[in-house]
Design a protein around this ligand. Structure first.
Ligand code: UDX
Length: 437
């Protein structure tokens, strides 16, 4: 089938390559000429494991092209809208500028029978508004909503083999026909027995917001337990293991530590609250305020813990922060807890050196005032305290004795609860972690 993908960021670039891999003829459209040039050359514009290989593979088939010219999307059976919906400046709501612009640019090129498929995470009601605009411009085109649940770091796998496909469609014949077209696009995944949930537009938009709200709540729940563990001398890791054995609870997403960040969970729960307020249902989501607050408190607590191990003051202390990305296997630093901690410590008088295997360029752009080092070994040189802020596997595998030879003081604050306390203490380190004695 002929497919266009509008917006080639973390979501769209992977989606475009994956659709080509599934055998479709794909054009990726983005307003950023540099990104288009990079993708056209077969390179990934950001770090995502598996994406360079996938791009190379589909490039050789000739089924994937990238352009800044939306007119090249004309004639596609399906147009996927994959642009970002960041948080508005100074407000909780989602900024729909990019979605609105993408739809506006597409309207003049829409043909009869074509299907516009929204994948961006949007406040409920957005799809209906887009459908009205599309109906004005091309009455024989149909709008569907098909939220994306991919995780950065696993985006290729999650796109090719999703754990579910959600299709929001209007309850009309045209809606049914469009759903059949989209099901054909996903025929391979559907043949793999991927569950498909077909629903109305409002539910499909809410599914995404609800899923991210649940995940954020799960993380903040265990981090709230970590606060109680800190107050009682209990161990949040053992607690998570124990409650996680209950299949109704499950152990995944119960890793206590610095909390969630990134381009999705923080802004999505805020946009969800803002939208609920507009709908007069703000009480339903007031608990998300607490979820957000617990999450942000972890960052402050981390700085306090570091100050504690430095005998009460970080002024003039040399702090090494391992990790800048909001999570491992990503170069994304949007709302990164690691950088938030590094910046706070810098503002409080510490000399902070940050390192990351992939995210240094993005980190430098976001926080130019921090110091950066290429490797963990360089970052920890003469450090008074080391903070593990992002659990990259190479940091989890660090040898306490080897690292101990480089630092000024053997003090480790494990922000992700991933190191073995006994091994680090045996090598002479003062080891502290969030939610563990
Ligand atoms: C998330 C959703 O998982 C995905 O379905 C949605 O499409 C986009 O948002 P992503 O932002 O890539 O994906 O990251 P995810 O793996 O969900 O992690 C989010 C944050 O939570 C990270 O900062 C991570 O470090 C943190 N986290 C995750 C925890 O603190 N503890 C956990 O147990 C799990």
């Amino acid at each position: 089938m002929r497919v266009s993908v509008i917006g080639c960021g973390y979501l769209g670039a992977v989606h475009a390559a994956a659709m080509a891999k599934l055998g479709h003829e794909v054009v990726g459209v983005d307003v950023d000429a540099t990104k288009v040039a990079t993708l056209s050359a077969g390179d990934a514009p950001f770090y995502e494991p598996g994406l360079p290989g996938l791009l190379a593979e589909v490039r050789s088939t000739g089924r994937l092209s990238f352009t800044t010219d939306i007119a090249e999307a004309a004639g596609s059976d399906v147009h996927f809208v994959c642009v970002g919906t960041p948080q508005k400046h100074g407000e909780f709501g989602a900024d729909l500028t990019y979605v609105d612009a993408a739809v506006a640019s597409l309207l003049p090129h829409l043909g009869p029978g074509e299907v516009v498929v929204g994948k961006s995470t949007v406040p409920v009601g957005t799809a209906e508004a887009i459908a009205a605009r599309v109906a004005d411009a091309q009455p024989e085109a149909t709008v569907l909503w098909n939220p994306e649940f991919l995780r950065e770091g696993f985006a290729v796998q999650d796109t090719l083999h999703p754990d579910r496909i959600v299709i929001g469609a209007p309850a009309t014949d045209a809606g049914e026909r469009a759903t059949a077209v989209l099901s054909q696009v996903y025929a391979i995944a559907i043949a793999e027995d991927t569950p498909v949930v077909v629903t109305d537009l409002a539910t499909a938009q809410l599914v995404k917001a609800a899923a991210n709200a649940f995940l954020a709540t799960k993380i903040s729940f265990i981090n709230a337990m970590a606060e109680l563990c800190e107050a009682t001398g209990a161990n949040v890791v053992a607690l998570a293991d124990a409650i996680g054995h209950d299949a109704r609870i499950g152990r995944r997403f119960l890793n206590a530590g610095l909390g969630f960040g990134g381009g999705c969970l923080p802004k999505d729960i805020r946009a969800f609250m803002a939208r609920a307020g507009e709908l007069g249902a703000d009480q339903a989501l007031s608990f998300l305020k607490e979820v957000d607050a617990i999450n942000m408190r972890r960052r402050v607590r981390m700085v306090d813990l570091a100050r504690d191990v430095c005998d009460g003051s970080i002024v003039g202390r040399r702090v090494a922060v391992l990790g800048a990305a909001f999570k491992p296997d990503s170069d994304d630093v949007r709302d990164s807890p690691a950088l938030s901690v590094a910046a706070q410590m810098g503002l409080q008088g510490a000399t902070v050196v940050v390192t990351d295997p992939q995210a240094l360029d993005n980190a430098r752009r976001a926080w130019p005032d921090l110091r950066y080092a290429e490797t963990a070994q360089q970052a920890v040189a003469d450090a008074d305290v080391v903070i593990l802020a992002t659990e990259w596997s190479e940091y989890r595998a660090l040898d306490p004795a080897e690292l101990g030879a480089l630092v000024a003081h053997r003090r480790m604050v494990d922000g992700r609860n991933v190191l073995d306390p006994a091994a680090w203490r045996a090598a002479g380190w003062t080891y502290r972690a969030l939610g563990r004695p």
